[in-house]
Each structure stands twice: as C-alpha cells, then as structure tokens.
Design a binder for this molecule. Sequence first.
Ligand SMILES: NC(=O)c1ccc[n+]([C@@H]2O[C@H](COP(=O)([O-])OP(=O)(O)OC[C@H]3O[C@@H](n4cnc5c(N)ncnc54)[C@H](O)[C@@H]3O)[C@@H](O)[C@H]2O)c1
Length: 272
Amino acid sequence: MGSGIAQLSATMGFNTILYEYNPEVLEKSKAAIEKILQGLVEKKKLQEIEKKEIFQRIDFTSDIDHCVAEIIIEAIIENPGAKIDLLNQLAGLNTDKTILATNTSSLSVTGIGNNILIPGRFIGMHFFNPAPVMKLVEVVTTEKTSKEVIQIIVGLAKKLGKTPVVCKDAPGFIVNRVARPFYIESLRLLEEEKTSVVVIDELLEATGFKMGPFKLMDLIGNDVNYAVSSSLYEQLNKPGRLMPSYIQKEKVEKKELGKKSGKGYYDYSKNN
Ligand SMILES: NC(=O)c1ccc[n+]([C@@H]2O[C@H](COP(=O)([O-])OP(=O)(O)OC[C@H]3O[C@@H](n4cnc5c(N)ncnc54)[C@H](O)[C@@H]3O)[C@@H](O)[C@H]2O)c1
C-alpha cells in the first residue's frame, strides 16, 4: 500500500519520500513502481518524460531521518504497537505542524491517537487497493483530530484525484465493516465443503462484483485480511457471525499470503 500511495502522490505532482525499513523490500518497491510507470508509457497513458519526472519526485529511503514532511501517511503492518512506535519516532523528527495519518484498515484510530505525541494532528486516511486506481478514501476522525487537519486531509485526497468520505472512528470504519460478511460467509461455505473457491468467485463476479472474495483476499494479502477480520471481531465483542475462519489462519501460517507471496487461494507463481 505504501508503494501505491507513493506512486500516486508523485504522479499527482507531490515531492514524495517512500520510507521502508527493509532495504530489500524498498528495492522491490522501486522496481515495481518503475515497471508500472513503464507499462503506462507503453499504453501511451504517460509520456517518457512524465515517467522520469514522477520517478524523480520519489526519494526512496530506508533512513528514517529522511522522513521530514508536511504530511506523513503511515502504511506499515497492521499492528498497533508497531504503528505507535513509528508514529512517535516521526513526531520527534518533525514539527508540531506536521500531520500524521494512518492507512490502517481496522485498528482503532482513537486508540493509536491516544498514544502518540500529537493527537490533534493525527487522522486516518484509508486508501483502497490498488491505491493509484481506487477512488475512495475514508478520512477517519477521532475526537481529538483538529478541524484544520480534517480539512487539509480532505483537500489532499481531492488533489490526489480521490473521493474522500469523512467518517468517525468505529471498528472497520464503514467499508471494512460492511464488507466483512462478504469474506467470512464465503469462507464458511468453504469450511463446510459446500463448494469451491473458483465457483464462489465466479458466481459473485457474475452477479456484478468486480472481484470475487477469494481473488480480492489474495490481492489484499491474506495476512492483512486475517488481521482486519480478527481486529473487527474483537472490537465488536466477538459476534459469532464475524468469527474469523480457521482457513484464514492456516493461509497465514503456511505463508500463502496471496499475490505478494506467489500463492494464496490461487497460484500466481507462473505470472511472476
Ligand atoms: N492490503 C490492502 O489491501 C490494504 C488496503 C487498505 C489499507 N491497508 C493497510 O495498509 C497497511 C499496510 O498494508 P500492506 O498490505 O501494504 O502490508 P504489507 O505487509 O504488504 O506492507 C507493510 C510494509 O511495512 C514495512 N514495515 C513494517 N514495519 C515497519 C516500520 N517500523 N518502518 C517502516 N516500514 C515497516 C514492511 O517491511 C512491509 O514492507 C496496513 O495497516 C493495512 O491494514 C491495506
């Protein structure tokens, strides 16, 4: 997600810093962005010069000291402790004018905000996957988020070509709460061995969904989707209908994370 958000930001003309602490992942991200931009050049959606300019606007770094900016969008693993640690490091490196946003899909934005140094300058900015393509951005506010910060982030989302929807912090915000049964009920059908992944995906796509639940989980990442399912289940006081599936847990344990690992509900190894 961080890679997609950086690509989008640079494409829309912002000087962008893409910080990833793992240099190998950073290199992959750099290569992936270049490949996507090159693809756009080949499809004549971008000129070669524009590609170069976009690429040059991104400072790819594994050095946290480079992370000085007006707005910082955090998109690391879905773990509150890790996010709080990083956000506080970033708050220390920046001024109290900097806005810190989180791209969390399901963690309590209020819970994170209460543990960081500048809660008034903290907000959720939830992009959808793939970030350069999907139009919606949920702008998630806490009671401490200042009005000015909400306005700036709504304005930023618009400048990025997105449709921002402001919502109060709540488990799963809007989209992930509404979408949870889409995944969980499909997984129940598999648990009960009623049908197959392919049949469920094909049927739901035939009814008008752009992607069936299993293709979508593979795109999102099965680790991320399992973390989101578990987080919502806990925050909503464990309703049986939203209990995560053991199949999700197994996928994570087997590292069958979806497209990013080459295998999930489908096999992507031949495409890589
Ligand atoms: N995958 C989706 O479809 C999706 C959609 C919307 C929001 N999100 C949210 O975006 C965030 C990231 O999701 P993702 O799918 O990109 O996860 P991912 O696991 O693919 O990527 C997370 C990256 O963060 C890096 N990282 C971890 N700790 C770090 C740290 N302390 N400093 C710097 N980098 C660190 C990891 O090396 C990894 O490359 C999560 O909060 C997730 O809920 C994901």
